[in-house]
Design a protein around this ligand. Structure first.
Ligand code: ATP
Ligand code: MG
Length: 276
């Protein structure tokens, strides 16, 4: 039944991106100048949970890396790295591979990045609305050749506490809006995931379509439900997922996803209380 459970991990980057051609093109177009040695356009990806924002951003950078092998790139999750210094440290490490002294000042970090960034690079700022203060967006603008893909659920959350210097600069950033998936797109996403992660004929189209219908356009919920259903069937010693498991699997998956969000929230609050 289960061949490769890792394809159901939330951070698994699928080899093909379903139903997001327009979004992929917009992001790869924004990054295209890098191929000619120029700074890319900054862009923002907005949309609800589970609609492929992080996936599209990472897949666009993956495509760019196929063209420009050694393009400097980094991924920062601003939930975890929500202070100016934390973001810059992450960039110094990932983007330019700098060895960091124990604790470095903001200026020192910016210096390190600037002097080690040779040629244009790109950074994904995921959950960028979680930054405490947006000064770092200004810092990034000052670094020659550096561009970013900022990801958030809603533009208003981001604009709430923007500093004026930053506002004028990000107002020109390109926006890509994501909406929820239709049932057909979710069914196709599930079908490919099943092909990669489950045994042959482990799940029928009808079961996938039912999971899709109950997932309300959220690919994360749908994939989690398929994974729960596969584990349930496997525990019963079955080689295929029967339709009768779908509703329980969807409900369990919703709980699992909610639980993960809560523990992420708690970890975040605990960090916030401890301070940077
Ligand atoms: N078009 C797609 N093709 C294949 N898999 C997808 C696609 N869109 C989303 N997924 C899968 O769905 C899950 C959720 O997607 P993703 O993490 O990109 O959502 P998100 O929009 O960033 O959500 P959030 O706002 O909660 O971070 C991931 O496991 C991802 O692999
Ligand atoms: Mg995301």
């Amino acid at each position: 039944m289960i061949r490769d459970g890792t394809v159901f991990d939330d951070d698994h980057l699928p080899s093909s991106i379903v139903g997001r051609n327009r979004h992929m093109n917009e992001v790869t177009d924004a990054l295209a100048p890098i191929q000619d040695g120029f700074r890319a356009e900054n862009c923002f990806l907005f949309g609800p949970s589970g609609v492929g924002k992080t996936t599209v951003a990472k897949a666009a950078v993956r495509e760019l890396r196929q063209e420009v092998l050694d393009v400097p790139h980094a991924y920062v999750n601003c939930w975890q790295d929500y202070t100016r210094n934390a973001v810059l440290e992450q960039l110094a490490r990932e983007l330019v591979g700098a060895a960091l002294p124990r604790s470095s000042s903001t200026d020192r970090l910016i210096d390190l990045i600037t002097s080690n960034l040779h040629g244009p690079g790109v950074v994904i700022l995921d959950e960028v609305d979680q930054l405490r203060g947006t000064e770092v967006l200004y810092d990034l603008h000052e670094i020659r050749g550096l561009s970013w893909i900022g990801i958030a659920n809603r533009e208003v959350d981001l604009l709430a506490d923007l500093d004026e210097r930053v506002t004028s600069r990000i107002s020109v950033a390109y926006r890509v809006n994501f909406d929820t998936y239709g049932e057909d797109a979710i069914t196709e996403i599930l079908s490919r995931r099943a092909r990669e992660g489950l045994g042959p004929n482990a799940v029928g189209e009808d079961v996938l379509a039912r999971i899709a219908r109950l997932s309300e356009g959220d690919a994360r919920q749908a994939i989690a439900a398929l994974w729960v259903a596969a584990r349930m069937a496997s525990r019963e010693g079955l080689s295929a997922i029967p339709g009768r498991l779908v509703e329980d699997a969807v409900a369990d998956a919703e709980r699992e996803v909610r639980q993960k969000t809560i523990s992420k929230l708690n970890a975040h609050q605990a960090c916030a209380l401890r301070g940077p």
